[in-house]
Structures are given as structure tokens and as C-alpha cells.
Design a protein around this ligand. Structure first.
Ligand SMILES: Nc1ncnc2c1ncn2[C@@H]1O[C@H](COP(=O)(O)OP(=O)(O)O)[C@@H](O)[C@H]1O
Ligand SMILES: [Mg+2]
Length: 297
């Protein structure tokens, strides 16, 4: 019976999953699944290019700005795994530092965050000057990039602290450190950084715009659907699904992925095995955990 199922709507490596029991499939649906799409792929390529650039006096930095829930943190994590791959390929080891700005990023807090990720105290930043310990350490570890999430939080401290932080970033991206800063934040992040003209010039800005009704979005949905272990094709790229998803999510990735994954769970619970508009509507709520699980465990 099972072998007669046509599972060509699922990516070849994941077809077997559709044959597993409901409980396993539901758990699988809720696991994060990364979908590459043109905007994120351009940014990943840009970061790789910056990472491989020869050490220059004028470093190139990148700012990724997007609304909350558009996938900045997911992209940052993907970039970290890209960097791990590159690191393994390179003969000369190159390092990076990655951290998230807290909601109170004073200079003391920044020093602590960086010391924490490096596992060694970097000392005190005075007048925007990089402490010698930090300089030596980063030279020793050949640190090339500094990935910072939630960069918009820079605006949450007072003007004086903001200026100090920006001066520190400017120093980090200047010789002798010449680090490339890869920053992620909401639109406010752009305002935070552009208040320092010298720093702003070193940044190339990329945006992750909200999803709209176009081929990019249809492709995103089709790829996501490819990973779902449902026995029938849902064809999420169809106009009615696309319009519905955009209208209830405002084009925010997080909300779209929640709708689709919950919709997929509903498709299993209701025995439909494909996500239709009914499943997407019900997906406004978290599907209940039912113990009506058949054929398994
Ligand atoms: N490229 C992607 N592919 C699949 N799902 C994604 C992608 N980007 C974001 N998501 C989904 O959106 C959710 C929110 O993303 P997140 O990175 O936390 O957004 P942000 O940091 O911009 O607020 C993630 O948990 C994931 O489910
Ligand atoms: Mg985030």
C-alpha cells in the first residue's frame, strides 16, 4: 500500500519521512527547516567574500536590516555554519566573534559580552580605543569578522553611550584590527549606524523585505512544502494560498512559517494529508496534542 504512494512532491532525501507515523511526522514538521532564497543567498555570498578578503586598512562591513521575524537571527546562524565550512577548507585559520546586543548595551556590557564569547577578558575600552589585550588576542586568533545580532539595541542607551559604542565599532573596523562587522537589526539599526558618517561609509546595507505576491514567494512556499512529510501535494504556491498567507501574516517569515507548519499538522490530524485553505485557517491556533495516534510506537 505504502509503496504505491507517489511522494514526488517531497524532496528526495525526505520522502521516507512521509511513511513514518503521525507523531514522528508532527515532531519533524515543527523542527526548523532552512529555505535558501535569493536575498539570503546574496547576503551569505557577500559575507563569504568579506571573510576571504585580504586584510585591508579599510575593512568592509555589512548591515542586514529587516522587520522582526523576517529571519535575521536564522540567517546569522546559517552564516556561522557557512563560516565553519570555510574555516575547515582554509589552510590559514580565520576566526570570528558572534554575539547579540542586550537591551542595555553600555560600553561595560559590550566589553563583558565580547569577553564572554572569547573566554578571556578583553580589558577596558577607553575613549573608543580598543584595549591592547583585545588587539593581541584577535591577532593571535586571526579574528576577521564580528557578527552582531540585535544591533538596533544600540539606540536603547543614551546619546553619550551611543556615541561611545559607535566610536568603539569604528576603532574595531580600523587598523590595526580592521575587523569586518556583520550587523543584523531592524530598520532602526540603520539609523543607529548612519548617525556616524565615517562608520556608515564602511557598511554595505542589505534588506530582507516582507514577502509579497511574486515568484520569489511562490518559490519559497514551494521549497518549504518540499520538506514537509505529507502524503499529498498541497501546492501552497497557488494564488488562493498565497493571497491568504500574505493577508494573515503581513508578509513576515516567522508568521508564514508558523501558519504553514501548523497547517501541515492540521493536515495530518484531519486526515487530509495536504494543506488546504481550511488547514491554513485553523492554523491560527496551535494544533492540539492528540493521543489519537495510530500505526506507531
Ligand atoms: N530562510 C528561512 N527558511 C525557513 N524558515 C525561516 C527562514 N528565515 C526565518 N525563518 C523562520 O522564521 C522564524 C523567525 O526568524 P528569526 O531569524 O528569529 O527572525 P528575526 O531574527 O528577524 O526576528 C524562524 O524561527 C524560522 O521558523
Ligand atoms: Mg532575531
Amino acid at each position: 500500500m505504502k509503496s504505491q504512494l507517489n511522494l514526488e512532491h517531497i524532496a528526495s532525501g525526505r520522502r521516507e519521512l512521509a511513511l513514518l507515523g503521525d507523531r514522528v511526522r508532527i515532531r519533524n514538521i515543527f523542527e526548523d527547516c532552512w529555505v535558501n532564497y535569493p536575498q539570503v543567498s546574496t547576503i551569505r555570498a557577500a559575507v563569504r567574500a568579506v571573510y576571504e578578503m585580504p586584510l585591508k586598512t579599510q575593512s568592509q562591513s555589512i548591515l542586514v536590516s529587516a522587520s522582526a521575524g523576517m529571519g535575521k537571527t536564522s540567517l546569522l546562524e546559517k552564516i556561522e555554519s557557512d563560516l565553519e565550512v570555510l574555516r575547515k577548507r582554509r589552510e590559514a585559520y580565520r576566526g570570528y566573534i558572534s554575539f547579540s546586543l542586550s537591551s542595555n548595551p553600555t560600553m561595560r556590557e559590550l566589553e563583558n559580552r565580547i569577553s564572554e564569547v572569547l573566554g578571556v577578558s578583553i580589558g577596558r575600552v577607553r575613549n573608543g580605543t580598543v584595549p591592547e589585550t583585545f588587539c593581541q588576542l584577535s591577532r593571535l586568533r586571526n579574528v576577521r569578522l564580528m557578527l552582531i545580532d540585535e544591533v538596533h539595541n544600540l539606540l536603547l542607551v543614551g546619546r553619550v553611550d551611543q556615541r561611545k559604542n559607535l566610536a568603539f565599532f569604528r576603532a574595531l573596523s580600523s587598523p590595526p584590527m580592521s575587523l569586518s562587522i556583520i550587523a543584523f537589526g531592524t530598520d532602526d539599526a540603520f539609523h543607529a549606524i548612519s548617525s556616524d558618517a565615517q562608520l556608515e561609509r564602511r557598511f554595505q546595507t542589505y534588506e530582507l523585505p516582507r514577502w509579497r505576491e511574486n515568484d520569489n514567494f511562490r518559490k519559497f512556499l514551494a521549497t518549504y512544502e518540499n520538506s514537509l512529510p505529507l502524503k499529498k501535494p498541497s501546492e501552497l504556491w497557488r494564488q488562493d494560498c498565497v493571497k491568504f498567507l500574505l493577508s494573515v501574516t503581513g508578509g513576515i517569515t516567522d508568521a508564514i512559517v508558523k501558519r504553514v507548519t501548523r497547517g501541515a499538522v492540521w493536515a495530518i490530524l484531519d486526515g487530509k494529508e495536504k494543506i488546504d485553505l481550511g488547514c491554513l485557517e485553523k492554523a491560527a491556533d496551535i494544533p492540539p496534542y492528540l493521543d489519537r495516534f495510530d500505526d506507531e510506537e
